[in-house]
Design a protein around this ligand. Structure first.
Ligand SMILES: NC(=O)c1ccc[n+]([C@@H]2O[C@H](COP(=O)([O-])OP(=O)(O)OC[C@H]3O[C@@H](n4cnc5c(N)ncnc54)[C@H](O)[C@@H]3O)[C@@H](O)[C@H]2O)c1
Ligand SMILES: [Zn+2]
Length: 369
């Protein structure tokens, strides 16, 4: 990936820039206008983030104040209903083809507003302005947008690459602890799938990062930059998830099943943490990874205060059943992205998508309890 996220040009991914810098939220006007020109701007945010940051972003872009459209905070808003409401409100407010959407918030806002942008007038530019750690290092990068349905997570959506990503880590100062942990789960995932060095760094720093007294701006900036680089470098090599990018699904087949079964009452990152533990055990049971791999992942997850065991209220049979509606199921066979070792994924010859027998998944679920 050419450039670095903190150079004036940022990282360039599929022709769009990802800029990382403290204070960018108030200083992104020139970059933003250079990207979207004189398009009419609509900010989409949620009812926690909008009062904190929408006025600052609006002031930074200058010109006529952008309209702010607000959804209720939380995963329960990532629906077709909210998509319909937002698109209706945009139309009622007279927005047309010359619109650009600014997605200001966590991954829920990013995915939903991105899907609005992908479909409104058959597609208008979206600028991602992520405000959670998870959205900064993962959801805002790579162009996946969409909504949840009763059948499962992210089952309706589109690829719509952001025209620009503006990442201001100082916005994380107001992020609640549970969402720091949730973001760190995806960071640990990036380490497992692509970087032993990053995994090692997280083993040393995850504990202090999730702790408000332990974290400092320089460490957070380092984390965000490295993570953005990692995610962008994986996506850059596989825009539409035909192969390599599938490694990012590690922890997500089981994770999404648990998230769906919890009726989205558990945070995404927590579910991914549990999913990584179960899937690391699958890899070990299937003979792909060393038997000690699950333990080394567990140590870092536990240091970050993340859960490592499936909720007792969910039977292994129910979790197994819920994996079948996953997007990663092909012809009824559920596929997994499984690690060989820290920083190395199995199944390069099979596009990193490995079909696993039910018996092994069930045994891994039991072993994880
Ligand atoms: N598109 C992708 O590639 C991708 C990747 C990973 C995850 N996701 C999706 O992202 C979603 C999870 O994202 P999330 O964890 O950011 O959840 P989220 O958007 O619900 O944000 C978490 C909570 O933090 C609040 N919040 C956000 N920024 C804040 C701030 N700076 N200060 C205080 N509060 C703040 C939000 O209002 C919300 O209540 C899931 O739907 C997941 O599927 C998408
Ligand atoms: Zn995820």
């Amino acid at each position: 990936v050419p450039g670095s996220p903190d150079s004036p040009d940022g990282i360039t991914l599929h022709g769009s820039r990802i800029c990382v810098g403290a204070g960018l939220l108030d200083a992104c006007g020139v970059t933003l206008r250079a990207t979207v020109g004189d398009r009419r701007l609509a900010i989409i945010s949620d009812d926690i983030v909008a009062p904190l940051y929408a006025a600052r972003l609006a002031a930074a872009v200058g010109g006529p104040a952008p309209r702010v459209f607000v959804i209720p905070a939380g995963e329960a808003s990532k629906t077709r209903m909210q998509w319909a409401r937002l698109t209706d409100e945009l139309l009622a407010a007279g927005f047309g083809r010359d619109t650009a959407i600014l997605a200001l918030g966590g991954g829920v806002v990013g995915d939903l507003a991105g899907f609005v942008a992908a479909t409104f007038m058959r597609g208008v530019p979206v600028v991602q302005v992520p405000t959670t750690l998870l959205a900064m290092i993962d959801a805002s990068i790579g162009g996946k947008t969409g909504v949840d349905t009763r059948a499962g997570k992210n089952l309706v959506g589109a690829f719509h690459h952001p025209a620009l990503v503006i990442i201001d880590p100082s916005a994380l100062r107001t992020l609640p602890a549970a969402h720091w942990r949730s973001g760190v789960a995806e960071a640990i995932k990036h380490g497992v799938v692509a970087s032993p060095a990053e995994f090692g760094w997280l083993a040393d720093h995850a504990g202090s990062i999730v702790n408000a007294e332990g974290r400092d701006d320089a460490t957070v900036m380092h984390l965000v930059r490295e993570q953005v680089r990692l995610k962008a470098s994986i996506v850059a090599r596989d825009e539409r998830e035909s192969g390599l990018r599938k490694v990012l699904n590690f922890g997500h087949t089981i994770g999404h099943a648990i998230e769906t079964l919890s009726d989205f009452g558990r945070f995404h990152g927590e579910c991914v943490a549990i999913g990584m533990m179960v899937e690391a055990r699958i890899a070990a049971l299937a003979g792909l990874a060393d038997a000690a791999l699950p333990e080394s992942i567990a140590r870092v997850l536990l240091a970050a205060g993340l859960p490592t065991t499936p909720p007792p209220s969910m039977s292994s049979a129910a979790i197994l059943e819920a994996t079948r509606t996953d997007k990663k199921a092909r012809g009824g066979v559920v596929e997994y992205a499984l690690p060989r070792a820290i920083g190395a994924m199995a199944g390069a010859d099979r596009g990193y998508a490995i079909a696993v027998a039910d018996g092994i998944v069930a045994a891994a679920l039991e072993a994880a309890r």
